[in-house]
Design a protein around this ligand. Sequence first.
Ligand code: ATP
Length: 232
Amino acid sequence: MDLRAEALTVRHGARTVLSDVRCALPPGTQALLLGRSGAGKTTLLKSLAGLVPAFRGQVLWDGQDVARLSSAARRERQASFGMVFQTDALFDSMTVRQNVLLPLVRRHVPEREAEARADDVLRAVGLQDAADTLPERLSGGMKKRAGIGRALAARPSVLLADDPFAGLDPGTARQVARVLLEVSRGGTLIVAAPEAPLDLPLPRWLYLRGGRLVYDGPPAPELEREQDEVLP
Ligand SMILES: Nc1ncnc2c1ncn2[C@@H]1O[C@H](COP(=O)(O)OP(=O)(O)OP(=O)(O)O)[C@@H](O)[C@H]1O
């Protein structure tokens, strides 16, 4: 799906969280969305997925203003998105496989096809041996990978991942990065993180500062240094 933000401003109450953000994210975009905590990364991901309304400006999906879609049409098109959010939780009473199957059951995918897809996805995220395990028995990294698996089961053309490395040790973060790269091949992948993860060298950086998109281009490590320098 072709995603575009045009002069997008988002407010939470009286507070402006995104200001005049403009970016074009054609199919196959692979980008890091960077910025300090509170810069607006989660809000931008949610806006792109049509989950947060624009105060001004617009989000376009294949050229269509998301705000003008009926809620049924919006929900239907949201099936093209896979989202891995910070607060995503697996259902504790369900096995890893059942968690991954859930979005497919909700979409009425026939049982045999759903099972086959769940197997593919579990293999892709390296959890085939943990398929029948309950989430409480998984490590943090395995939970992250299960969450990515669940987001992928519905075969999204756009994968949005919000800080998928938070709380992971470097080795596990590397595994999660590898999974994201492998499974998103050909589709759009946008990964939000407070700093550029070494193991996920995506070719485009979007840099948010205080709700403004201050940079959109190839990796520019000096941006991260500048940010540190202006801190007290
Ligand atoms: N539902 C909400 N109501 C009010 N304020 C909100 C809401 N969601 C986010 N905010 C505020 O908007 C600002 C941007 O939040 P957002 O979560 O988008 O930033 P972020 O860059 O993703 O931060 P982090 O890396 O800490 O997740 C923050 O100041 C936050 O407190």
